[in-house]
Design a protein around this ligand. Structure first.
Ligand code: 0A1
Ligand code: ZN
Length: 890
């Protein structure tokens, strides 16, 4: 079945191409239905490769003409989806003319239209949908691009690099010519031709060059680009200061587009962004939106060095640029938060960011690692590369880089990065190259075993046990690692796992650590290197029985298994000096309670658990942002992954009981928090304020869930009076997640206020798709989702809308999606098939919502299997969806 849709591509099959490209001269005659693309490329023989023809890939193209050195080529064949052209000599000029239809292109890959403008998306293999080309990242060429379009419809014409010429043409048309001085792979090509305006800023780089920064948006959005521009400037400064990396172009452009499959794209000098990650003003964007804009702008900007200047040899190496760039954006965000918090609050601010990152990893990557799509951060094979822009490649990839940073230290890591650029600037390289250079820059630091992180899939388990010996004051910690089998990988080797450890004394203070054989005690937290299946570490001078605090700062992407009773978890919630672990103790305690309640419908929330939450809530010494994290229950996706068999309805009932108990029992405490922390005055995006708003919004959530009259009244009042989106949406969310009769009216009021704002309506869609059922009479989420599907503001063609409505229902509302009658599963089939006809990438993302179906109860499995089979049997199914569903059933 699988091979019918797409062949499997193997990493081991990589071969350099016989011919590559030196220069590309592109001419676009832009037209909505028939754009003519003339591509003149100088192809050169690759001396390092075996003899062979020129290979050019093309997809969804109408080929108008093809010449080699001005003449019809002597021999042209089609093989494996590529054109093969025999050529002689060392260099030839190939000219290909193609015609494409941007309006008909609903895949949003290649050249497409959005609101009347032309945009491109070429990663991973979109360039072949524009012209015939050796569309692989190891072909790096210099591009000259001429755009020609109607001047009234598309007054702005942009491409990579520098503008070298522009002018008017007959019949109301005009043109612009761009030259990119840096050789680049085709996936970094971009053009934009649209009616846009720019916010501009001129800044001076560290070497004293003046550069022009532009953020291009539709005219009506110009009042919401300031934050993106500030974020760009901060990113530039940070990369200069942290890594000595400077912007290499005279102009750097960002363009926002409403129709976009992913978050954003790092095209050389012309980043294209989903509007969601550019536009922000207080009335329409939440604190979280502000934070996301900052980190996505940074991520794309950082790619200019880690991704563009040094790129990937082939798509299996994707984590080379993505893991590293996510790590860089995480460090940047942590530094920005720490700076805003000042010296006192810096550590807590960093921890809050780290907790965010760990939450994402656990919610998205752990389930992936435990399912049919499990793959190493560097996969060995794929059918459709677009399916491998995954949490594993990105988030686990960033964790792997973080472990390198931990093992080598800040300075060692920086030395490695310097050497990486000095060796590989302008090249397309592999993950091995990166790790080797890290070793070389650190006196040959042995990273051979570390490479297994690139090879093995699955989340490792670290089982820990400790024994204190009163007689000799020693504490013996035994750590054992194992990684469960994953598809195609049955045997796993031990990994290098940095385990940051602390021992907490009975007084709640850390003990200074001294390993057996050491002359004196040192720091209170130290990193143990676990490299064997089992290892024993003996601490001495421990005069009273300590409480271990392991994996501090989440020092490795593993699942820590440690027997701790409730009292110990409560103790660590109150005392662990490592904020990440303090949060984790609360998560573990909540997980334990949730799973116990899910297993027993009659069970009640233990008082000791509520008391432990109360202690945290009322600890005024703790940063509100941290308290908001620690008092939020673990994500449902993560909990389902921990439950065997996974029973979403039972889990939902447990979580409802927990929310209600925590809301009702701690009502007075929550109300006091609202009273004490709510802010007056104008909104500003500042992490300190954001933390307060987050804790107040959480308080409203608990109070509303518990149906506390005071809390509901507060939420209504805050909804009505809010002066910014964070407060308005927080109050609305609290009302929607409750039995409040004000719910419907509030949703309507919110809709009416923001009816013309696509991004705000996305929140409105998502909130309803994600709603739990709080009362017996409440409407099932699916009924609501069906109504919203025909809302005039909804469109299956806009990825943001699909992610907001369908993505939220499928992925963030398991309690409703997996309704026992199977209605959610039948609906999923309908929608996946409808989407697949338009946009396979988006359809495949939705399809992934059922991949872990084998973890569910037998009754749910019986409901899901035939639906997966229906999708797989659908005529004309894309390779994208076929791979996901095929692997789920495989
Ligand atoms: N490289 C981008 C992500 C991206 C990947 C694929 C896309 O289209 C299929 C678009 C964007 C990043 O990491 O930000
Ligand atoms: Zn990226």
């Amino acid at each position: 079945m699988k091979t019918e849709h797409a062949p499997t591509i193997q990493r081991a099959d990589y071969r350099p191409l016989s011919w590559t490209v030196e220069t590309v001269d592109l001419h676009f005659r832009l037209d909505a239905e028939a754009t003519l693309v003339t591509n003149r490329m100088r192809c050169v023989r690759n001396r390092d490769a075996a003899e062979g023809p020129i290979r050019l890939w093309g997809e969804a193209l109408e080929r108008v003409s093809l010449t080699v050195d001005g003449a019809a080529p002597t021999a042209v064949r089609e093989a494996d989806g590529a054109l093969e052209i025999d050529a002689s000599g060392d260099a030839v000029l190939v000219e290909v003319v193609t015609r494409v239809n941007p309006r008909a292109n609903t895949t949003l890959s290649g050249l497409y239209l959005s609101n009347g403008g032309f945009f491109t998306q070429c990663e991973a293999e979109g360039f072949r949908r524009i012209t015939c080309f050796p569309d692989r990242p190891d072909v790096m060429a210099r591009y000259t691009v001429t755009l020609e379009a109607d001047r009234a419809a598309c007054p702005v014409l942009l491409s990579n690099g520098n503008l070298v010429e522009e002018g008017l043409l007959p019949e109301g048309r005009h043109y612009a010519k761009w030259e990119d001085p840096f050789p680049k792979p085709s996936y970094l090509f971009a053009l934009v031709a649209a009616k846009l305006v720019a916010l501009e800023r001129r800044v001076t780089t560290m070497s004293g060059r003046e550069v022009l920064l532009q953020v291009w948006v539709e005219a009506g959005n110009l009042d919401r680009v300031e934050h993106a521009m500030d974020s760009l400037v901060h990113s530039m400064r940070w990369d200069e200061e942290s890594f000595g990396l400077e912007l290499d172009l005279d102009r750097f452009m960002i363009v926002a587009v409403a129709d976009f499959n992913m978050g954003a794209m790092e095209n050389k000098g012309l980043n294209i962004f989903n509007t969601k990650f550019i536009l922000a003003k207080p009335d329409t964007a939440t604190d979280l939106d502000y934070e996301n804009v900052e980190s996505v702008v940074a991520h794309e900007y950082f790619h200019n060095w880690t991704g563009n200047r040094v790129t990937c040899r082939d798509w299996f190496q994707l984590t080379l640029k993505e893991g590293l760039t996510v790590f860089r954006d995480q460090q940047f965000s942590a530094d920005m938060l720490a700076r805003a918090a000042g010296p006192e609050g810096a550590a807590s601010a960093r921890a809050v960011k780290r907790i965010d990152d760990v939450r994402v990893l656990r919610a998205a990557q752990f389930p992936e690692d435990g399912g049919p799509m499990a793959h190493p951060i560097r996969p060995d094979s794929y059918q459709e590369i677009n399916n491998f822009y995954t949490a594993t490649v990105y988030e686990k990839g960033a964790e792997v880089i973080r472990m390198l940073h931990t093992l080598l230290g800040q300075e060692g890591f920086r030395n490695g990065m310097d050497l990486y650029f000095s060796y590989f600037d302008g090249q397309a390289v592999t993950c091995d190259d990166f790790v080797e250079v890290m070793s070389e820059a650190n006196n040959g630091f042995d990273l051979d075993q570390f490479m297994r992180w690139y090879e093995q899939a699955g989340t490792p388990r670290v089982k820990a046990s400790g024994v204190w010996n009163a007689a000799d004051g020693s504490y013996t910690l035994t750590l054992a690692q194992s990684t469960p089998a994953t598809p195609g990988q049955h045997v796993k080797q031990p990994l290098v796992i940095p385990v940051a450890v602390g021992l907490i004394g009975a007084d709640g203070r850390d003990v200074a650590l001294r390993l057996e054989g050491e002359a004196q005690a040192g720091a209170c937290t130290r990193v143990l290197k676990l490299t064997e299946d089992v290892q024993v570490f003996r601490f001495v001078g421990v005069s009273a029985e300590p409480v271990p605090s392991l994996l501090r700062g989440f020092s490795a992407p593993v699942i820590l298994e440690l027997d701790e009773d409730d009292a110990r978890l409560a103790f660590r919630m109150a005392h662990d000096a490592d904020p990440c672990n303090r949060w984790d103790a609360a998560q573990r305690y909540a997980e334990r309670v949730a799973l116990a309640l899910a297993a027993d419908p009659a069970a009640v929330v233990p008082e000791a658990f509520v008391a432990a939450f109360r202690t945290l809530l009322n600890d005024g010494a703790l940063d509100p942002a941290f308290r908001a994290q620690a008092l939020a229950l673990p994500g449902e996706a993560y909990l389902l992954e921990r439950m065997s068999p996974a029973d979403p309805a039972a889990l939902r009932s447990a979580l409802v009981r927990m929310m209600r108990a925590l809301g009702a029992t701690l009502a007075a405490d929550w109300l006091e928090v609202v009273e004490r922390l709510q802010l007056a005055g104008a909104y500003r995006y500042h992490p300190g304020d954001a933390g307060r708003r987050a804790l107040v919004n959480l308080a409203l959530r608990y109070l509303a869930a518990a149906g506390m009259a005071d809390g509901l009244a507060l939420a209504e009042a805050r909804f009505a009076d809010a002066t910014n989106m964070t407060e308005r949406f927080g109050a609305l969310a609290a009302l929607v997640q409750s039995t409040s009769p004000a719910r419907a009216a509030a949703l309507q009021a919110f809709h009416d206020r923001h009816r013309d704002d696509a991004l705000v309506l996305d929140k409105w869609f998502a909130l309803q798709a994600g709603a739990w059922r709080w009362g017996d009479a409440a409407e099932p989420a699916l009924a609501r989702v069906r109504v919203l599907l025909s809302d005039p503001a909804f469109s299956l063609s806009n990825p943001n809308k699909v992610y907001a409505l369908l993505g939220t229902f499928f992925r963030a509302n398991p309690g409703e999606f997996h309704a026992a009658d199977g209605s959610g599963h039948a609906f999923w089939v309908e929608q996946v098939i409808a989407l697949d006809a338009r946009n396979p990438q988006v359809a495949a993302r939705m399809a992934r919502a059922l991949e872990n179906w084998r973890h569910f109860t037998p009754a749910l499995q019986a409901s899901i299997r035939p639906q997966l089979e229906r999708v797989l049997a659908a005529p004309g199914l894309s390779a994208d969806v076929a791979e996901i569903v095929g692997k789920a059933l495989g």
